[in-house]
Ligand binder design. Sequence first.
Ligand SMILES: Cc1ncc(COP(=O)(O)O)c(C=O)c1O
Length: 611
Amino acid sequence: MFSRGNTRRRSFREFCPPGEGCAAGNAIACNYTMQDAEPERIAGQAMDSHNSIAGDVVLGKDVRLSKFINLYGCTIGDETKIGAFVEIQKNASVGKRCKISSHTFICEGVTVEDNVFIGHGVMFINDGHPRATNTDGSLQTEADWKVERTMIKTGASIGSGATILSRVTVGENAMVGAGSVVTRDVPAHAVVAGNPAKVLRYLGPQAEQAGVPAAIPFLDLVTPHLELEQELVSAFRQSLHTAGFVGGRPVEEFEKAFATFCNTAHAVAVSSGTDALRFALMACGIEAGDVVVTVPNTFIATTEAISQAGALPEFVDIDDQTCNLSVERLRDYLEKQCKRNAAGKLVSLRSGRPVTAVVPVHLYGQMADMDGIEQLATEYGLKVIEDACQAHGAEYFSARRSCWMKAGSMGHAAAFSFYPGKNLGACGEGGAATTNDAEAAARMRLLRDHGQIKKYYHDVEGYNGRLDAIQASFLHAKLPHLPGWNLKRRERAAEYRQLLLDNGAVTLLREPEWSRGVYHLYVVCVADRDGLMEHLKNEGIGTGIHYPIPLHRQKAYAALNYAEGDFPVTERMARQIVSLPMFPQLTSIQQARVAEQIGAFTASRPGKGEV
Ligand SMILES: Cc1ncc(COP(=O)(O)O)c(C=O)c1O
C-alpha cells in the first residue's frame, strides 16, 4: 500500500523559458511568479517562490498556487487553490474550485472532481502490493506497475492527515475525518472516521435524494439560522454600530411586537424563561412561604422559579391524555388536601402554608385546560401564572370567553422562554413575561433591573434579569416567521399522527378540540421506550425524553417528602414517553423514515404504551 510515481522532478524552467509564464497550460492565470534565476537561500531570510510546475501540466483559469509545489503531467481545474509542499503526479486530475491544503500528496491514478476540499498532509495510494524488485531481483520500473485508481467525487471533504487507499471511491459530499484511513468506498453524504474509516452518520437532505438514509436530527437549529442569516447579521451589525447592548429601542420594540403577538397589553423582556416566571410570580404578589401548585411533569425551571420567588412548590398529577395539568386532580387537591384557616385563607394540609397560586404548564406546546383551571382559581382565590415557556403562539378555545385565546394571555401573568431550541429562540438566553395588568408589568420591569425606577434610584432590591439588546433584535427579526414555523410544526404533527395511527404499539397524545398546539415537542408513548430510542439512534434518528424523572422524584426535592406512587400518571409517562424529531424544516420523507423505523422496532416487540 504505497504510492509510486515518476519521481523525476522536472523544473518549471525546463519547459518554460524565463518570462513566458506557465507555458504548458492552455489558459493560465495562476499567481505563481516566475523567477529569472534560482533564488539564493540565505539563512534567516524568507525564500522566494520555488515551485516546480512541469510543462505538461494543464492549469485552468485562476488557479492559485502557494510555494514549493511540485506538479507534473496532471490537470488542475479553474479556480483551484493549492497549498505549499503539495505534489501532484502525472495522470492525476483535480477539478474546479478545489482546495488542496499544504503537504498533500496526490499520486498518479487519483481523480479529484470539482469543489473538493483536501486538508493538510493527505496521502493517496495507487498500488496495493508494491515491490522494489521483480522475482528475478531486477529493480521494478514503471512498466511493472499497474496503477490502481482512486476517485474523490464532487463536493467531498478529506480531513488533514487522512490516508486514502487505492481503488477507493469517496462519494459526493462525503466527509472523511482527519487522520482516517479509508480502506473502502465511502457512500455519498456519509461522514466517516477512524482506522479503518467507518460511517458515523449521513449529512443533509440531499442524502435522501441520493437514496442514502440521512441522519435525522432531533432538532435542526442550523437551517433556520442560515435561512435568516442576512437579517440576523444586520441586526448584530446595527448593535455594533450603535453600541446599544443593554435596553433601549431594540428591547422596547421587541416587547411591543411580542405583546401584540400574544394579544396582551404588556410584555417584559428578561434574561430567561426562569426569570420571567420568577418575576411574574413576585409581581403577582406571591410571597415567601406561600404554596404554589404545579405539575411534576415539567422542566425543573418551573419549580426553581417558584422556590426563587420564596414559595414552596406542591404538585398535582397530569391528565393521562394530554400530559398537562389535570383539572380533576387540581380540584381533588384543593378540596381534599387543603382547608380554610380561621382567617379564611386556603392552607395546604401537607405543609401548613397558604396556597396562593397555580402554575399550569403548557407542556410540549399544548394548552392546559385553562377554563377549568381559572374556574377553580376563582373559587379558591388563587392567582394563575401560565408557564408558556414551550408554547409561543399556542391557542386555547375558552368556552367561558367564547373565543380562541393565545397562550400567555389568560392568567394574571405568563412566562416565555427564548432558549435557542424553543419555537421562538434567541441566539443565546432570553425570556419574557406577559400580562394585562399594568401594575404587574411595572413591577416586573423594576425586578429585572435592580429595582431601579431611574438610574441609581432603587425602589426595591431587584435582580440583573434584563434581555440583551442584541438578543431582542434577533428575536424581533425572527418573530414574523413564528406563525409560519408553528403552522409547519402543526402540519408535521398531523403527518406523524397519520403515519403512526395504525401502529398499535404506539400511543399518541390527544390534542383536545379546544387546543391549537404549537408542537414544541412531538411526544408518543411506547412500552419499551428505551429499546425504541436505542433502535432509532442506531438508525441515525435523534430522540429525547421530556422528562425522564418527575420532579417529585428528583434529589433536589427530596425535602418535599413525596414518594413513588404519589403521581401515578406522571410516573408512568416518564417511563414511556419519547419525543420524536420535530422542527419546522422536518420533511415528509424524514417523517416516513422515522415511522418506518418505529414500525420495524415495534413489530419485533409486543406491548403498547399505555396512556
Ligand atoms: C416548561 C419550562 N418552563 C421554564 C423554562 C425555563 O426557561 P429558560 O431555560 O429560558 O430559563 C423552560 C425551558 O426549557 C421550560 O421548558
